[in-house]
Design a protein around this ligand. Structure first.
Ligand code: G4P
Length: 276
């Protein structure tokens, strides 16, 4: 982490614009806190990736919020490629002043240099492949291409720097940690699925009650008899039972987490800009 930070501080000198990917379901908790400091004075783009998994109404609020804060933004689904095509245009827009300055000094056709950053699992590789698939293939074919720091020439307008270092998310609060665990960005082995699922069900019941009702057919149990009871009810309905008909909470919890992460419960946002 410290090494990644140092490397970024070095690389930033070569960069015109920092493009940060965040997870659209947690646009605050999936932002790396160090980037603001490192990228001071640079143009900034925030891509709300995995927009297909988040609540579109809440994502629109986040987009407006980050734009108000001075970022250029776009909604992206790197997996399907939706929105990826607009990114080049946004990068150029973010660098408009710099391009203008270059032109005045007689510098023409110098590509803008963008650094792509994001916490693990946010979709950085998928995004870069989608944006620059052919360009990457071309670079890879050249002999002697160094591993590690990698420049990818997108076209005559834009060059990308893919930073190999790992940037961790922020754990500013218990809430941030919980949200990161729900989306699967913290190693599940160190977490207790029953607690995670109970908390998640609690959140979804409070914010998207119809989705829980629709998905698990538990209308009668909402919201009065509590989230622990809800997990038991789901275990029953889904046949997650141990010998003697005792609810298997671990299995039910993993089922709920898997349903959430596969968007089978619905498109859910886990935080709103007014709380951040
Ligand atoms: P990273 O480099 O930032 O660590 O993330 P990576 O691209 O490996 O993506 C992590 C997971 O997120 C992958 O799923 C990837 O397909 C998925 N993903 C990335 N962007 C999007 C998006 O915009 N929408 C959706 N729905 N998913 C996205 P995986 O299950 O780990 O791998 P795979 O089965 O897709 O190969």
């Amino acid at each position: 982490m410290a090494k990644a930070k140092r490397q970024m501080q070095e690389d930033i000198k070569l960069i015109d614009v920092v493009v940060e990917l965040v997870d659209a379901r947690i646009p605050f908790s999936s932002k790396n806190p160090d980037i603001d400091g490192i990228a001071k004075g640079k143009s900034r783009v925030i891509l709300l990736n995995k927009a297909d998994m988040a609540d579109p109404a809440v994502t629109a609020l986040w987009k407006a919020r980050y734009e108000k804060d001075g970022f250029f933004t776009a909604l992206v689904n790197s997996r399907s490629g939706n929105g990826v095509k607009t990114v080049e245009e946004i990068i150029l827009k973010a660098c408009a002043e710099k391009i203008e300055r270059d032109l005045k000094r007689g510098i023409k056709n110098r590509p803008v240099r963008a650094m792509i950053v994001g916490i693990p699992n946010v979709g950085k590789s998928t995004f870069i492949n989608s944006l620059a698939g052919k360009a990457i293939a071309k670079t890879g074919n050249k002999p002697g291409v160094t591993k590690g720091k990698q420049w990818i020439r997108l076209n005559k307008n834009v060059e990308l720097l893919d930073t190999p270092g790992i940037l961790w998310p922020k754990f500013e609060s218990v809430e941030c940690g919980k949200r990161l665990s729900w989306i699967g960005s913290i190693n599940d082995d160190i977490l207790v699925p029953e607690e995670m699922a109970t908390d998640l069900l609690n959140y979804i019941t409070a914010n998207y009650p119809d989705m829980i009702r629709g998905k698990y057919d538990v209308a009668e149990s909402l919201p009065d008899d509590g989230p622990g009871a809800l997990l038991a009810r789901i275990a029953e309905k889904r046949g997650c039972l141990k010998k003697g008909g005792v609810p298997d909470y671990t299995r039910a919890a993993n089922l709920v987490l898997d349903d959430f992460r596969s968007v089978r419960i619905g498109r859910i946002s886990l935080e709103r800009p007014e709380e951040a």
